[in-house]
Ligand binder design. Structure first.
Ligand SMILES: NC(=O)c1ccc[n+]([C@@H]2O[C@H](COP(=O)([O-])OP(=O)(O)OC[C@H]3O[C@@H](n4cnc5c(N)ncnc54)[C@H](O)[C@@H]3O)[C@@H](O)[C@H]2O)c1
Ligand SMILES: CC(C)[C@H](C(=O)O)[C@@H](O)C(=O)O
Ligand SMILES: [Mg+2]
Length: 351
């Protein structure tokens, strides 16, 4: 198979973890006789430094010409610590998601057997957890009108959703549930927010046509608790943009590290694969970041965009074996001295 993959390393640890993921994809290409070409583009703080624009035109062109996109992470403390900056790295990520129509961010959360003791939660809570979050990605307060009053003493972020935006991700979530344990939990704040009541209306109506799938309705505050109290109760979680962002960082604690969680951002055009973590600036250039979320995102890319199931499985098996053999970064085992690169090399050698 001949495919072009756009690689957007971004900022902080982004370049280190995407380098590992690309090496892993190259190893797969050799082993299974494929030709993957990789072309790099700028996004985030590095793109602002180079062009003044966090999502430059050249990156947009590159994304459109690619068969799939592998993204690292964006963000830099100089913007995080300056709330007055008007051009920001995160705008690049959001503009890219919007421009590519990536309305669903799919974030699987499952416990690796060997990592059941790596979580601060008790083994009996995290064992056999297996759920997937369908996070709406191009709507809600991230994209609604925002601004300041004329005297700049008040600010607003507007949360809006249309029925169509809710319905298209609902369809994906129900389709996934149909192939899993047949349960969808809609997480919202319908006791307070009008947008959440629209979500309930649309999702309940859609669920009427799928009696074999159980629909559970849960407020987000309760869900935040249930996620760490009894995470096995979840199969498919369907939720709006910001709730999905927050709950999945929380859910990463179940797996032992934020550095373990991959994701797929899909829509109508080319799909993008991204670890759920950020640019972890404290670790940038130190060779300590966990590359597994990026590597598992690469596996998801092969399976989802190229239908290369065996190849994806080869990567997943290599990650599992690396975990079993203790080839992990310090976030998983604080007494380990393997770095990002070394863990990457071990994973490659296991493919
Ligand atoms: N998708 C993205 O690009 C994305 C996601 C989240 C945050 N951000 C940006 O990243 C910057 C830093 O944000 P933050 O500190 O809140 O979140 P972060 O995800 O970068 O880091 C939070 C913590 O998670 C852990 N962590 C994250 N990735 C890890 C990895 N690969 N290996 C081991 N440990 C890891 C570290 O303990 C770290 O302190 C900000 O500028 C933020 O806007 C970007
Ligand atoms: C950096 C930020 C805009 C982004 C988000 O909130 O979507 C991040 O937290 C993520 O989870 O990808
Ligand atoms: Mg996030």
């Amino acid at each position: 198979m001949n495919k072009k993959i756009a690689v957007l390393p971004g900022d902080g640890i982004g370049p280190e973890v995407t380098t590992v993921a690309v090496n892993v994809l190259q190893k797969v290409a050799e082993k299974f006789n494929h030709q993957f070409t990789f072309e790099e583009g700028l996004v985030g703080a590095c793109a602002i430094d180079a062009t003044g624009n966090p999502f430059p035109e050249a990156t947009w062109q590159l994304c459109q010409s690619a068969d799939a996109i592998l993204f690292g992470a964006i963000g830099h403390p100089k913007y995080d610590n300056d709330p007055t900056a008007t051009v920001r790295p995160e705008q690049g990520l959001l503009a890219m998601r919007k421009a590519l129509g990536l309305f669903a961010n799919i974030r699987p959360v499952n416990t690796f057997k060997t990592l059941a003791d790596a979580s601060p939660l008790k083994r009996e809570i995290v064992e056999d957890v297996d759920f997937v979050v369908f996070r709406e990605l191009t709507g809600g307060s991230y994209f609604g009108a925002k601004g300041r009053s004329d005297d700049r003493n008040s600010a607003y972020d507007t949360c809006t959703y249309t029925k169509e935006e809710i319905l298209r991700i609902t369809k994906l979530a129900f389709e996934a549930a149909g192939k899993r344990r047949k349960k969808v939990t809609l997480v919202d704040k319908a006791n307070v927010m009008e947008t959440s009541r629209l979500w309930r209306e649309v999702v309940q109506q859609y669920a009427g046509d799928f009696p074999e799938i159980e629909l559970e309705l849960m407020f987000v505050d309760n869900a935040a608790m249930a996620l760490i109290q009894n995470p096995r109760r979840f199969d498919v979680i369907l939720t709006e943009n910001m709730f999905g962002d927050i709950l999945t960082d929380e859910a990463s604690v179940i797996t032992g590290s934020l550095g373990m969680l991959p994701s797929a951002s899909v829509g109508s055009q080319v799909a993008l694969y991204e670890p759920i973590h950020g640019s972890y600036p404290q670790a940038a250039g130190k060779n300590i970041a966990n590359p597994m979320a990026a590597v598992l995102s690469a596996a998801t890319l092969l399976e989802t965009s190229f239908n290369l199931m065996e190849e994806g499985k080869a990567i997943r098996n290599a990650v599992e074996e690396a975990l079993e053999k203790g080839f992990v970064t310090v976030d998983i085992n604080p007494s380990n001295n393997l770095g990002t690169r070394e863990v990457g090399e071990k994973i490659c050698s296991l493919i």
